[in-house]
Design a binder for this molecule. Structure first.
Ligand code: RTP
Length: 155
């Protein structure tokens, strides 16, 4: 029943400024908690422009890049590190398609968003990017490797 360390992944999830402004923080966090993943890092944070640009550096050549940076730095975001078996792909499923109009009902974007440019949440797209992004957004001392005090129904 207990997962081996190789199966356990980390992902970086971020509630974007529209999610914070619209009061969706609790709703979004609770979806990951109820699924059974473990929260290992959490902070409200006003993102500097340089960090937003580094986070989205692969999109630098896109026409929407300046707008994306303005959006992400327009107000505080909620930075989170989540841990669990298959958490990277599973979190992307919980979040839903990038364009909220294509996101299935039941997903965060399917239930709570309309526009790609205001899609309320980010999730890492690979385990390597999960580690990279957690390293980018958190100082080491801000992360907690805690053990759940409960029977291992959920890991
Ligand atoms: P995310 O990184 O936020 O989880 O999103 P994603 O992988 O689903 O999508 P990606 O293509 O990496 O785009 C990153 C974010 O850029 C914004 N975007 N705007 N045409 C547009 O205006 C446009 N396209 C993308 C979205 O906020 C998207 O989540």
């Amino acid at each position: 029943l207990v997962a081996s360390m190789e199966e356990v992944e980390q992902t970086y999830i971020m509630i974007k400024p529209d999610g914070v402004q619209r009061g969706l923080v609790g709703e979004i966090i609770s979806r990951f908690e109820r699924k059974g993943f473990k929260l290992t890092g959490l902070k409200l944070f006003q993102c500097p422009k340089e960090l937003a640009e580094e986070h989205y550096k692969d999109l630098k050549s896109k026409l929407f890049f300046p707008k994306l940076i303005d959006y992400i730095t327009s107000g505080p975001v909620v930075c989170m590190a989540w841990e669990g078996i298959g958490v990277v792909a599973s979190a992307r499923k919980l979040i839903g398609a990038t364009n909220p109009l294509n996101a299935e009902p039941g997903t965060i974007r399917g239930d709570l968003a309309v526009q790609t440019g205001r899609n309320v949440v980010h999730g890492s797209d690979s385990p390597d990017n999960g580690k990279r992004e957690i390293g980018l957004w958190f100082e080491e001392g801000e992360l907690c490797a805690w053990a759940a005090v409960r029977e291992p129904w959920l890991i």
